[in-house]
Each structure stands twice: as structure tokens, then as C-alpha cells.
Ligand binder design. Structure first.
Ligand code: ARG
Length: 258
């Protein structure tokens, strides 16, 4: 995770960002601290990367890399405003003892567009990651990569439209995907939780699950109820300030899979 010490909205690279709207950086830090404390209470380890001045979106750690089996696929950002984050995150992994590192050839925004299930790596394209990065990820990780096309600019990253709950159990908002990709999701994940616009619009799918606890924005109330019925323990969080940058729980969390 990356503390939002330098968080602000001074440019707009997704429809949620409005530089005219005030952001309370102090409140962003408090809300983020609560998320970090929650992970610790749930028994998870949280590593921190130092936030760099001039990189207000660095708090969205999910975009910094993708790590599977200890292999680190570096990120390469679409927008110039975030480009310096890629090398900064890769350097963190190098400094922390990871040896299998891949400097990407194609644009990929880390776990914003790569999500890992039991069998697959699900990969988004359409707004940020270059579809050619999907092949690159498949070669590097040696796992089948399923390419999915995003069509709604509000759901510009895969992790705003789909979340992995446990193994090959997922939840997603079908309307965020092109018709062909919807069919792929229905055939690969027939038991998935299909999430309505009301829950998706409040970033309900920007969730982190450890297989039991599902941490998600508290406004996604209908979804929380459905997850409870499925045997999960949904935990709602208020990340109102980070939402102004177009991100929530999952965006703030890069999962390290050793
Ligand atoms: N302002 C950031 C951007 O548009 C938000 C990134 C959200 N991160 C995510 N994993 N979806 O790039």
C-alpha cells in the first residue's frame, strides 16, 4: 500500500476525476489508515512503499505491478501523469528481494487490469492496458490469460468492474464488458455474482477478498447482502476522498502472491 500523503486531484484521466472538486488529503490519509488497520486486524501483512511528491495517484498501489508466484510484472502507464510510478514500484520489488522481475514492453496498469483467479489471469483492455500486454503476461507468468474488453469509460480498469472472491468464484458487472467478453465470462464462471449498476456505480466491485472477508465500499449495500448470503463476510469501508480520484479499496491494494 502507499499512504496518500501527496494525494490530490489536479488532472483528470478518468470520468470520476474533477480537479475543480476539493479533496481533503488529511481525510484521505485517515480513511486509508483505517483500511490498512483493517487488513492488519484480519491477519494480513501490509508492506508500504514511500509516496513520491508529484505522483498523487501513487496511492492506487494496485496499478503498480502484478505479482504471481513471486514473479513481478512491472507496470507501464498509459498517461504521462502516472508514468514515473512504474519504475518506482519495480524498484520497490527489486529492493525487497524479488528477483524475477519483468520490465514490460507494452502498456499495462498492473492489477488495475490483471486479476488472478485459481485457474486464470483475467485481463482488461479498452481504456488503459494494451491488449498486447495480455500475451506478455501469459508468457511471463505461464498462466492462461483471458482477455476481456471493457466498454464503459466509468469502468476503465478491470478492477472497477470485476473482483475475485475465492479461487474461481468471481463477481462482475456485465454491462461494463463488450458482448463477446460477457459471453466468455458467463461460460467460464457460470456461478458468478452478477452485480447491478447500483452497486457497481459506488465502486462495489473494487473489492479485496481473502476468501472469507470481502472488503468493499460501504455504499455497496445490496451487494454486501448478497455476499453474506453466499457465506462471505462483507466489510464496508468509507473511502470517499480516494473515490474522487476514481478508486477505492482494491485500487489501494496491490496483492503480493509469493
Ligand atoms: N486516478 C487513477 C487513474 O485514473 C485511479 C486509479 C485507480 N486504480 C485502479 N486500480 N482502478 O489512473
Amino acid at each position: 500500500m502507499c499512504r496518500p500523503s501527496h494525494f490530490e486531484v489536479v488532472y483528470a484521466i478518468n470520468p470520476w476525476m474533477d480537479p475543480a472538486k476539493p479533496v481533503d488529503t488529511g481525510l484521505a490519509v485517515l480513511q486509508w489508515e483505517r483500511l490498512r488497520e483493517l487488513y492488519l486486524e484480519l491477519g494480513h501483512t501490509v508492506d508500504l512503499i514511500d509516496p513520491l511528491p508529484g505522483l498523487p495517484d501513487m496511492v492506487y498501489a494496485a496499478n503498480g505491478a502484478t505479482v504471481v508466484d513471486g514473479r513481478v510484472l512491472g507496470a507501464s502507464f498509459r498517461n504521462a501523469e502516472r508514468r514515473a510510478e512504474g519504475p518506482a514500484y519495480l524498484e520497490w520489488f527489486r529492493a525487497n528481494g524479488f528477483t524475477e522481475l519483468h520490465d514490460p514492453a507494452y502498456v499495462n496498469e498492473g492489477e488495475g487490469d490483471f486479476l488472478v483467479t485459481g485457474r486464470f489471469v483475467l485481463a482488461g483492455h479498452g481504456f488503459r492496458s494494451d491488449a498486447r500486454s495480455h500475451q506478455e503476461a501469459q508468457s511471463f507468468f505461464g498462466r492462461p490469460v483471458i482477455s476481456l474488453e471493457l466498454v464503459d469509460p466509468r469502468y476503465y480498469h478491470l478492477d472497477t468492474a470485476l473482483a475475485v472472491l475465492d479461487g474461481d468464484e468471481i463477481m462482475y458487472h456485465p454491462e461494463a464488458f463488450a458482448p463477446g467478453s460477457r459471453e466468455v465470462l458467463r461460460s467460464l464462471f457460470p456461478d458468478a455474482v452478477e452485480v447491478s449498476a447500483a452497486d457497481a456505480e459506488v465502486f462495489g466491485l473494487n473489492a479485496v477478498s481473502d476468501g472469507l472477508n470481502v472488503v468493499l465500499p460501504e455504499a455497496a449495500r445490496i451487494l454486501a447482502g448478497r455476499l453474506r448470503e453466499r457465506g462471505f463476510n462483507p466489510i464496508g469501508m468509507d473511502l470517499s476522498e480516494l473515490l474522487k480520484g476514481g478508486g477505492s479499496v482494491k485500487c489501494c491494494t496491490l496483492e503480493i502472491r509469493h
